[in-house]
Design a protein around this ligand. Structure first.
Ligand SMILES: O=C(CO)[C@H](O)[C@H](O)COP(=O)(O)O
Length: 234
């Protein structure tokens, strides 16, 4: 079974188990979420479900519109029943690294407004400790004018290295949906207290959000190479 099929089985399982009629659904971002929205669209069609979808990015909004699902926003739907999102890595304590796709800020806002946050991922995201498998570091969204001092402060506080994320189809840095830059912090100490790290980095002026999701996710589904799905709960 391919990696794509592993993503699909995890996404389908989560949507089948968690999305209910007359509910508000937070739509995460990334390649795995594409399968979740596909499955939701099938269920809306066949079961005539009424679901309002709140996006976590430009990509998520486009997915919702493409499938003719009902688009909502936090102004009108400040409480979300369940958000289903991908992750770059999930550790044994259900701490997540998110933001590989650069959408961490809106993803964290929507997750923070959700009664439940469910992660869907293929088996390569399942780790014991953060950094075991995901080698691109922890994303930090920053106000552009502050990226150099923030980079220096993170290194002074916690070590490792920090890279400004470069765009691929554009010269220069990635600019997020919110007009900010992304720093990727390549940490070397895997035994840090991630709750403390998250809070400390967030206090640096100019930091908008970190890709550390601590105590936010209740359940993760990992699609396996054999086609089965492994579940982990917080
Ligand atoms: O956090 C994210 C985007 O900001 C994604 O959820 C994360 O990068 C996983 O993406 P994919 O499902 O493509 O592996």
């Amino acid at each position: 079974m391919s990696l794509e099929q592993a993503k699909q089985v995890a996404a389908y399982r989560a949507v089948d188990e968690y999305v209910m009629n007359n509910s508000v659904f937070g739509v995460g971002s990334g390649s795995t979420v594409v399968y979740a929205v596909q499955r939701l669209a099938e269920r809306v069609e066949t079961e005539n479900l009424k679901v309002t979808c709140v996006p976590t990015s430009f990509q998520a909004k486009q997915l919702i519109l493409k499938h003719n699902l009902t688009l909502g926003e936090l102004d009108t739907n400040p409480r979300i029943d369940v958000t289903i999102d991908g992750a770059d890595e999930v550790d044994a304590n259900m701490t997540l690294i998110k933001g590989g796709g650069g959408c961490l800020l809106q993803e964290k806002i929507v997750a923070s407004c959700s009664n439940k946050m469910i992660v869907i991922a293929d088996y390569t995201k399942d780790s014991s400790k953060l950094g075991d498998r995901y080698k691109k570091g922890i994303p930090i969204e920053v106000v552009p004018m502050a990226y150099v001092p923030i980079k220096n402060k993170v290194i002074a506080l916690f070590g490792g290295d920090v890279k400004l994320r470069s765009a691929i189809a554009k010269a220069g840095p990635v600019v997020t949906d919110n007009g900010n830059f992304i720093l990727d912090w390549l940490f070397t100490n895997q035994d840090l207290d991630w709750d403390d790290v998250n809070k400390t980095i967030k206090m640096i002026p100019g930091v908008v959000e970190t890709g550390l999701f601590v105590k936010m996710c209740q359940k993760a589904y990992f699609g396996q190479p054999e086609g089965n799905v492994i579940e982990r709960s917080a």
